[in-house]
Design a protein around this ligand. Structure first.
Ligand code: F6R
Length: 616
């Protein structure tokens, strides 16, 4: 949520930052801006709308400076206006700052600074920090022997309540870039004769693969050729440089029209990468390298608590079914945002699992910290190597699904479910799951990529069906048992990218209220799988049909569905129960994607949303 790129070096900062901003646009896209120090002083350009608007406004000289900061915004305080876009300048014109996060005590700060003669142009909390740094800078004695700019940033941060990831420059310091973080991700890119700051690895891999992940309460001071890290209270910190193993082409669109489309079609490979090397030699269980818990310790776990938000929370609901069924361990699933403020009593043998694609979602991170504070073992499943959640957990599993750029999560969701299925298998085999059952599950998981390819082969058919339903304004997604979380996910996908009001329900719950919504104006997407509850699902379809509701049925091949009961049918291959939630998700994703396309929506950048929610 909001993206930051800063540069100090010998090259054209503007060009490099612009490339970075384009890669970060999915983090926020209501406005963007850039401040570059040029021969003529500090040059500031801001535009509302997409990064291309900023690009059109930048001049040769602005692009040419070799120190700068830039930002792409997702509004928290204040409307979407040029004045509210970042960077923000201090009123004396000396300090420029970009900020992600929320400064909770900014009103008090503002009052104090106005009293000291500083003025404000925007409605943002961030501008208060720019002015506070300028205030401390003006007060810092020239001859203190300390770096004046750095001291003023540190002093100001000591007064901040809330969260921040910032990049700051000062007109008196033409080769210095300062960054700091608390609760909002920030990384440093170490180049040759140049260094960068960004909120996301993705923004700098075109310049360097060497990165340092900044921790909370740390401040980095960068020059062309060196950098140092201290804490806000001036303690030295030893930097650990990591090499990111990132294929930059993975974050490019290639021949696809949208990242969402690309990511839906990448699922066979994304899942293959996630399972590679993670099965035992006898193919009867899963193996994970990074859990940092021995099989003995895991045998003592008597409850698992999953924490997540949004789509990842839906993946947790699938995990609940699978782990309870195959490993016989009770599971609870909590919205991270709710858990963090509840004083939930947990047993000492509870294992806490956080699921997050980005590894930076603030609510998930805060809930995880709360669980850690209480002394629980924490593990995570996430897709971003080096992310804060991955670093702060006791152990975890990387998804290896490749960068997910589309704001609506697709391949990360199915990869999370697959890894949850593998966790269920692993924990089950540590307990009572038989060798034969384990072998069957491994076989099913290995078949997944091919089966997904089969379903993707029906994309034209799904597109044709989606076209018929694109003009409706309401839609229900209904499913039982393992299909209930997929129904929730289907409703979320449809509403977030096509702005159709959609709700997911357990199909049998219909009778307890939502059935009142059914009419010829509200179609239902039914998710039906073969097996013991198929007849019950059929009965629920009948209930909808009897009330003139249109029915789109997504079903596994062995489901025998009378033709007159449904309007449209999409079949997926019959398969082992454990992989059904994944296969059934594919038509649901395609349906939402094609409906949104038909409605002319901006699929990758839906209104009001941004990838990776780093504010509460
Ligand atoms: C919806 C979507 C969001 C995310 C949620 C959590 O398509 O992508 O609901 O799932 O914001 O994000 P992560 O997984 O990064 O913690």
């Amino acid at each position: 949520m909001c993206g930051i790129v800063g540069y100090v070096g010998r090259h054209r900062a503007g060009n490099l930052m612009l490339d970075g901003l384009k890669r970060l646009e999915y983090r926020g896209y209501d406005s963007s801006g850039m401040a570059v120090l040029t021969a003529n002083g500090l040059d500031l350009v801001k535009r509302t709308g997409r990064v291309k608007n900023l690009e059109e406004a930048l001049t040769e000289s602005q692009l040419g400076g070799s120190l700068g900061i830039s930002h792409t915004r997702w509004a928290t305080h204040g409307d979407v206006t040029e004045a509210n876009a970042h960077p923000h300048l201090s009123s004396d014109g000396k300090i420029a700052l970009v900020h992600n996060g929320v400064i909770e005590n900014y009103l008090g700060m503002k009052k104090f600074l106005v009293g000291k003669g500083y003025s404000f142009r925007s409605e943002t909390d961030s501008e208060a920090l720019a002015n506070l740094i300028a205030y401390h800078y003006a007060k810092e004695p020239e001859e203190s022997g300390k770096n004046r700019f750095l001291e003023s940033v540190r002093k100001s941060l000591q007064h901040v309540e809330g969260t921040y990831g910032i990049a700051v420059i000062c007109t008196d310091a033409p080769d210095e870039l300062i960054g700091a973080r608390k609760g909002s991700p920030l990384i440093i890119g170490i180049g040759k004769g140049e260094n960068l700051i960004a909120s996301d690895v993705n923004a700098i891999t075109h310049c360097t693969q060497n990165v340092v992940y900044l921790n909370d309460n740390e401040v980095v001071h960068l020059h062309n050729d060196d950098f140092s890290i201290t804490t806000v209270s001036s303690k030295n910190v030893e930097a650990v440089i990591h090499q990111v193993d990132w294929d930059t082409t993975e974050a490019e669109l290639g021949d696809y029209h949208h990242f969402m489309e690309k990511e839906i079609f990448e699922q066979p490979t994304a899942l293959e990468n996630g399972m590679r090397g993670r099965f035992s030699d006898d193919s009867s269980t899963a193996v994970f390298g990074g859990l940092n818990l021995s099989p003995q310790e895991l045998r003592h776990v008597d409850r698992i608590l999953f924490l997540a938000c949004g789509t990842a929370w839906h993946a947790c609901l699938v995990a609940e079914y699978l782990i309870e069924r195959y490993a016989r361990i009770p599971v609870e699933v909590e919205y991270a945002s709710e858990f963090r403020y509840r004083n939930a009593p947990l047993d000492k043998n509870t294992l806490v699992f956080a699921i997050s694609q980005s590894g930076e979602t603030i609510d998930t991170l805060a809930a995880l910290r709360e669980a850690k504070r209480k002394g629980y073992r924490t593990l995570s499943i996430n897709n971003s190597v080096g992310s804060t959640i991955a670093r702060e957990c006791d152990g975890g599993i990387y998804q290896h699904a490749g960068p997910e750029i589309g704001v609506a999560s697709t391949k990360a969701f199915t990869s999370q479910i697959m890894l949850c299925a593998m966790v269920a298998l692993y924990l089950g085999r540590l307990r009572d799951l038989s060798y034969g059952d384990g072998v069957d599950i491994v076989k099913a998981l290995k078949q997944l990529p091919e089966l997904i390819r089969d379903v993707l082969g029906q994309s034209d058919k799904v597109a044709a069906i989606a076209k018929q339903y694109a003009s409706y304004e309401d839609c229900l997604f209904l499913g039982r048992q393992l299909m209930f979380p997929i129904a929730l996910e289907g409703a979320l996908k449809l509403k977030e990218i096509s702005y159709i009001h959609a709700e997911g329900y357990p199909a049998a719950e219909m009778k307890h209220g939502p059935i009142a919504l059914i009419s010829e104006k509200c179609p239902s997407v039914f998710l039906a799988t073969s097996g013991e509850i198929f007849q019950k699902s059929l009965a629920n379809i009948q209930e909808v049909k009897a009330r003139k509701g249109k029915v789109i049925c997504i079903a596994t091949e062995e489901c025998d569905i009378p033709e007159d009961l449904i309007d449209d049918l999409i079949l997926v291959p019959e398969c082992h129960e454990i992989i059904k939630p994944i296969l059934m998700s594919i038509p649901v994703q395609l349906f939402s994607y094609y409906v949104a396309l038909e409605r002319g929506c901006d699929v990758d950048k839906p209104r009001n949303l941004a990838k990776s929610v780093t504010v509460e």
